[in-house]
Design a protein around this ligand. Sequence first.
Ligand code: SF4
Length: 160
Amino acid sequence: MSPRPDHFWESKTLEELSDQEWELLCDGCGLCCLQKLEDEDTGELFYTRIACRMLDGGTARCRDYNNRLESVPDCINMRPLTDEKRRWLPASCAYRRIAEGRGLAKWHPLISGKADSVAAAGRSVAGKTVAESEVPLYQWPDYVIDLDELVASLHRAKRA
Ligand code: SF4
């Protein structure tokens, strides 16, 4: 692939993107596919290292993206990206970055022109997750992680 010279994400709102453009914006990091816990009292979200059962832990890609909403009923269709849905995405997510006027990161494939630039930048959860089937629900709190620390650790692992 090569960088997108038209920078379509800068001239359109998220609502104006075609379906193909919308899908191109996803960098495939897999962070949104980590299971989360929500504090019922405060609404605070906590990320875990546990991957959604549909996530391929080796590639950080959904095993059946087109049918994911049928397979996992609580998977959220992010389109349209409302404020309520946006809070479920990590700050590094391309959709959040665009919605918040922060532009795409330099490691985004649309900028780098390289399909593997997300992994090369240490931004992919590939190989870093625990399978949902291996962790009973009552143990999920033991797998809560600080998302900023996880991203930092992904960086460190990549540089080592
Ligand atoms: S966090 Fe955002 S960019 Fe990363 S896989 Fe999920 S939707 Fe795509």
